[in-house]
Design a protein around this ligand. Sequence first.
Ligand SMILES: CC(=O)NCC[C@H](N)C(=O)O
Length: 129
Amino acid sequence: MIVRTTDEITGTERDVAAGHWRSKRIVLGGDRVGFSFHETVIEPGTVNEFHYANHVEAVWLVEGEGTLLDRETGVEYPLAPGTMYLLDGHERHTVTTRTRMRMLCVFNPPVVGTEVHDENGVYPLVAVD
Ligand SMILES: CC(=O)NCC[C@H](N)C(=O)O
């Protein structure tokens, strides 16, 4: 069993910030459980374009409000606490925050460390050593 706290990962290599977001990655590929698990905070009043070509991501919004645009279909969804979105088709998408958002994110395959969006705007597939 692994028991870990947000406090003990804050400020470590599991605490990754880029653009308007910060991700505290409490489970990573090196934990060898087949997924990674993150708490992500996105700053208020920001427009964030995301694309995960190599990963499926589930996002469950805990706090905050805004909108989610599926850029593949043009469909826009409201985002509020309790909403989950599953990027099961590697959809290019845009999260626009009206307020500060805090969400729980699961990635499969797992993020292994400090990945941020590469020159193609996606997380590269990184082997777990
Ligand atoms: C909502 C979202 O995808 N934010 C970007 C960071 C990513 N969720 C992560 O946890 O690395």
